[in-house]
Design a protein around this ligand. Sequence first.
Ligand code: WT7
Length: 649
Amino acid sequence: MAEIFPVSDEMQKNANINKADYEDLYEKSIKHPEEFWRRQAKRIDWVSFPKKIKDTRFKKDEYVIKWYEDGILNASYNCIDRHLPERANQTAFIFEPDDPKSESKHITYGELKDEVCRLANALKKQGVKKGDCVTIYMPMIPEAAYAMLACARIGAIHSVVFGGFSPNALKDRIVDCESKFVITADEGRRGGKTVPLKANVDKAVDGLDIVQKVIVFKNTGGDVEWHDGRDISWGETVLLQSNECKPEPMSAEDPLFILYTSGSTGKPKGILHTTGGYMVYASLTHELSFDYKDGEVYWCTADVGWITGHSYIVYGPLANAATSLIFEGVPSYPDYGRFWEITEKHQVNIFYTAPTAIRALLKEGDDYVTKHDRSSLRILGTVGEPINHEAWLWYYNVVGEKRCPIVDTWWQTETGGHMITPLPGVTDLKPGSAAMPFLGIKVEIVDHEGNVLEGECEGNLCIAYSWPGQMRSIYGDHDRYLETYFSQFDGKYFTGDGAKRDKDGYIWITGRVDDVINVSGHRFGTAEIETSINEHDAVAESAVVGYPHDIKGQGIYAYIIAKEGKVIDDVIKKEIVQFVRSDIGPIATIDIIQAASGLPKTRSGKIMRRILRKIAADDVDNLGDTSTLAEPAVVDELIANHKKITGDK
Ligand code: WT7
């Protein structure tokens, strides 16, 4: 646990930040934020440079968060046009298709400008206006990024929905932000299979009057239904457009995008990010966390449907004029060596993935890794969940040949960019620790009463001061925003995570302290899964918790009570699993269902989830205080039945 992997001399010598200057720089960033963030604003181009740098107060009743408020800029211009004089022929995106036999593509910054402008003009022609919301439901192909950048160019707000979500989930997300426009493709490809994106959109928008146009990119050429008047062919419309489209001047605090994520209660919330602060923060964190150097090939394996794809496939890398690799497929197809084959093929220098992928690959043995040359790799990153010790060591020793620092980046959809992370060349590494707060980020760990804990401690992870990349609201529900993030601990942003700080000041994320679970780096509210389960007609009531899972980090464990006259047998269990997959999406696959006759509740009727989590985790010697249980016998029965279904595990 205590082992340390010190920064190598080589890394230190060449790093973007000098180790000796770092502490001083951090100090200044916290003590003189105006000055620090004014300087950082210069990393991007402004139509009008902001005079007001920040106006921020976290107190719930006096809340205000404004960064660079009188600044004017355009995100698409910053990702494309400003690089053109010097780099029109440099590759912006490398596209690696799902099928390794298909050809990869290189899209230059010059070509990117043409593609984005044509699409932007097409969107305008279809009636998309500044401030309109456009839903993007695309496979992992460059056109997904073109769509985002085209929206940004004309001041439309994009809402990217991950292609693995079901028609229902897509519909909820279209309705919530009142998207009149949807951009999709006929089909996606993943692991040799096709994903029926257009058919899913058809189901989602069926009967929805608000959706006026669906723009469809022909990707596989598979058969799709066509709704004349509503459906627009990307190929036919976009190609006719001019490759010049003036970027719309936007205020720094104008919305750039909405991205839905799950909370502990209710339906998914539309996390709203604005333009100026987000761009500065995405660009700065991309450069420093990955020690990005001009000309490097950078690969983040996330999907653009998640914040990681937004900040670290599209906006951050492009703002820094990087070459960003877009991979359509999955790590296991055609075999478990695919990541390393691509690394060798495109000479990837910086590689960023999720612990769940590392665990899955580790299990398949070292040969898949070692048969490919990885000497181009310089920096490795992880994101999405805590990385266990074994996976960290394997990533470091086998994948990175003990040469590449691992940046374990802690952050959230809400934070817009990295918040706690080691910096290559600066921070000595401790496997499993996200290490230290990023520049300008003041972390506080507090107890249940909100007292700030000093030194070695464990508690709730909060952020004391605003930073430019943070979300500004939940779309359409500002009260829920204030309630969720600023009401638990007065004057602080509450992350929903627990954390420890060790004697050296390193932060160790211990996981969510609310009813959010993290399955293979995907975030779900337990309530969201329960709502879906409860729609099955055999179900009277359910309670979902996460439990430790070797590959996924957390698995989904559901306790289900049958309706009068129904039984939760194996057939019904399969039906429920299938039902939830089609209701939310295949990423929401329940791992274990336990039929129950009752749930542990307090006398006032509140489910004691703590007990359910302990039972699911096989940790029943340590149930804690059970004196408030209405019916203690329920717990004994749950434990006995849990042992029956998982006994041979
Ligand atoms: C939650 C946010 C931000 C991109 C991906 C997930 C967990 C994220 C780490 C990490 C431990 C992590 C937290 C956080 N998380 N990164 N390096 N170590 N936990 O974004 O879907 O908004 O989920 O993911 O629990 O709150 P997200």
